[in-house]
Design a protein around this ligand. Structure first.
Ligand code: ZN
Length: 500
């Protein structure tokens, strides 16, 4: 059986390499590609996608997976070999279910759609983006059809970004969380005068902001020898392989958190990718797991750690050293400012508490979109109506409303819930970490971030795609994904900051 396993590895390795090439072209598209390159880039990405498809959907791979079934049944499901067979089968099935032409068409539309979205957002012109979004929704529906039978057309999309998730599961978590979350948001609105974040709105040199952010993320364990930091409209992380994991950020000259917290967030994603087990190289296991697991890492670093007192007890002196504007600011004032909560328009700038409502809005809206209850043409109006209902705000422009996120232009429908599920899981991880390391906060305060990275590497990072979110939750916490510890955490942290 070892020879069959080896043959499976060899047949899949080129697809893994090509995925890295595709990621590289996407990175370039978002960073340095001249505008005129869009059309050729779309063709190139479509061709690579077709090649990946050929390797992954290869009948020989299907035969090998069948022949390996009896062997797999005898293995410990938690073993690397069982994981390799299981995840390769999942990816193979996804590929054979979808015609190569449809896959390539989605890639092509995504590349063109991203350019149109960027122009539309710049000009506040939703109509400029509408035809490509309509095409994408239609393509995604065709794509979902390939995975029949399902209970809900949204299920294959959810499963694509976080394997094993279904609409009723997500609905149940969000339905449980929504009432106490809305209650907390309202309580904070009533006490809005308790926190003043004006100290964060001082003009700071953009280059120094980037340099300081680099120092922080490097201290957390990000390896610049296998990564780099660039500027884009929408921060992201891209992994060519665990040996080359890049992050991007954006800078606002008069609001430090935009750059710094984006770098910490993307750094969390990148630490995950950089710390996958080296032996998974050139296999389907060799990258981070589903997007909710991924978000649990970024949100852990950004919010649970990066907006905590111990974290800033360590980093604040260096911040004051870098920016004279902070020399007259108390640590406590800075900490509270960083945790100001207030309904706002832009998801990526939203605080930890209101963030969940931004996600629920998108989750419900894209579910309605796929079920034909909302048309693409009606999106701006629907968006604004729901923003008013959930957060009490009406976006003054579509750029600050329905056009703010890149996701739909790239065909990422069913992706948004993972941000909130990740936030929820991050707190479950934090609770488990504190049980294992009762002095973890003292270690953070002492700048011993290697201990935290080591814990995450063993529990989460090293496993790559081997385990699904429910499997990881069970292994680490002994239970399922649970919104209640998240709510306990939010109430304790923000109750204290706001003196509730
Ligand atoms: Zn993220």
């Amino acid at each position: 059986m070892q020879d069959k396993l080896q043959e499976l590895r060899e047949r899949i390795a080129p697809a893994v390499d090509l995925t890295g090439v595709s990621e590289g072209l996407l990175w370039d598209q978002e960073t340095y590609m001249p505008e005129g390159g869009a059309e050729a880039r779309a063709d190139q990405l479509a061709t690579i996608e077709e090649l990946i498809h050929r390797y992954m959907a290869d009948e020989a791979v299907g035969r090998l997976l069948e022949e390996l079934e009896p062997y797999e049944a005898e293995l410990d499901p938690g073993s690397d070999e069982a994981g390799l067979i299981r995840v390769t089968r999942r990816e193979h099935r996804r590929r054979v279910s979808v015609p190569a032409k449809l896959d390539a068409e989605i890639q092509r539309t995504a590349a063109l759609g991203t350019v149109a979205w960027r122009e539309a957002r710049q000009r506040n012109d939703f109509e400029h983006f509408r035809p490509l979004l309509e095409k994408m929704v239609d393509l995604r529906l065709q794509w979902a059809e390939c995975f029949k039978p399902y209970d809900d057309v949204y299920d294959p999309l959810l499963d694509y970004y976080e394997p094993g998730l279904t609409y009723p599961q997500v609905r149940a978590v969000f339905d449980g969380l929504k009432p106490p979350l809305v209650e907390l948001v309202q309580a904070l609105v009533e006490n809005r005068g308790a926190v003043d974040d004006s100290v964060l709105r001082r003009p700071l040199d953009p280059d120094r902001q980037i340099a300081f952010s680099r120092e922080v993320v490097e201290k957390l364990g990000y390896d610049f020898n296998r990564g780099r930091l660039d500027l884009t409209a929408h921060p992201f992380t891209i992994s060519f392989a665990r040996l080359d994991v890049r992050i991007t950020t954006r800078v606002q000259p008069d609001f430090l958190p935009t750059c710094l917290m984006s770098v910490i967030h993307e750094g969390g994603h990148a630490l995950y990718e950089q710390n996958v087990a080296p032996e998974y190289y050139r296999t389907v296991l060799g990258t981070g797991g589903g997007m909710a697991i991924h978000e649990s890492q970024s949100r852990f670093y950004e919010n649970v750690l990066g907006r905590s007192r111990p974290f800033w007890r360590y980093f604040f002196p260096a911040l004051q050293e870098t920016f004279p504007a902070f020399r007259d600011v108390e640590l406590e004032t800075f900490y509270r400012a960083l945790n100001k909560s207030e309904p706002s328009l832009i998801r990526t700038e939203a605080d930890e508490v209101t963030y969940g409502l931004h996600i629920m809005l998108r989750f419900e809206l894209e579910h309605d979109l796929l079920h034909g209850r909302v048309r693409v043409a009606d999106l701006p109006e629907e968006w604004n109506a729901r923003m008013e209902a959930y957060l009490g705000l009406i976006p003054p422009t579509d750029s600050a409303g329905v056009l703010q996120d890149i996701h739909w232009s790239q065909g990422y429908l069913g992706y948004f819930p993972d941000y909130l599920l990740g936030s929820i899981f991050a707190v479950q991880l934090w609770d488990a970490m504190r049980r294992d390391m009762p002095d973890v906060e003292a270690r953070v305060e002492a700048g011993q971030f290697g201990d935290i990275l080591g814990w995450l590497r063993e529990k989460v990072h090293r496993h790559g795609t081997k385990f699904t979110l429910p499997e990881l939750a069970e292994r680490i916490t002994g239970g399922p994904l649970d919104w209640q510890p998240y709510m306990v955490y939010l109430k304790a942290k923000f109750g204290e900051v706001y003196g509730l």
